[in-house]
Ligand binder design. Structure first.
Ligand code: HEC
Length: 165
């Protein structure tokens, strides 16, 4: 049998370490037990603002979807559903994704994909208003359930220092 070079072993061990650490963050992200019953996701100032900004966009787009429904403007409904779709997740950086726990990522991606699916069905007139409202209600329960499971806090090292009086 050929003797395996020491360097090969070092490379293998390093590779396994990288995959191990990578998988850990992929599943758990940077989380700690929260002050309330929720899991606290630790992000830096910019990542937190990025996520919260995405959230405010979700709410604003949802308002436009409901408004479109009230006015029977199905074209607007389809556009604003699509604005809540996967294109929202396109700007998520790999570092940020690494800090988000798997449960959160799964719910988030699930919601975005569902919005794209509904947008397409509305555009192709494949869904009745009543059925769409039921689908929206199901999706809103994903917002509710993620909010009752996770909260965001600032990573201590980069939390902004309070200004001196
Ligand atoms: C995958 C998880 C997840 C989903 C799905 C989700 N959110 Fe959030 N959202 C969060 C987290 C985490 C926060 C921060 C809560 C905290 O720190 O207390 C948040 C915060 C917010 C905020 C506050 C933003 C701010 O500026 O403080 C709004 C508004 C919001 N979400 C709207 C929504 C709406 C509307 C939906 C569904 C259409 C939704 N979210 C779906 C995780 C989620």
């Amino acid at each position: 049998m050929k003797k395996v070079h020491g360097l090969t072993w070092t490379a293998l061990v390093l590779w396994m370490l990288t995959v191990g650490v990578g998988s850990y963050y992929f599943v758990f992200g940077t989380t700690v037990a929260g002050v309330d019953k929720r899991t606290e996701v630790r992000l830096n100032v910019h990542e937190r603002e990025f996520v919260l900004n995405e959230m405010r966009t979700l709410l604003a787009e949802l308002q436009r979807v409901v408004d479109g429904l009230a006015r029977d403007d199905m074209k607007a409904v389809s556009v604003h559903l699509s604005n809540m779709g996967m294109k929202m997740a396109a700007d998520d950086s790999p570092t940020l994704l690494g800090k988000l726990p798997l449960g959160l990522k799964t719910m988030g991606i699930g919601l975005h994909k569902k919005m794209d699916e509904l947008s397409e069905k509305v555009a192709k007139k494949q869904i009745q208003k009543k059925e769409l409202l039921q689908e929206l209600s199901n999706s809103l329960s994903v917002c509710v359930s993620c909010h009752s499971t996770y909260r965001i806090s600032l990573s201590p090292s980069i939390a902004p220092v309070p200004r001196q009086k």
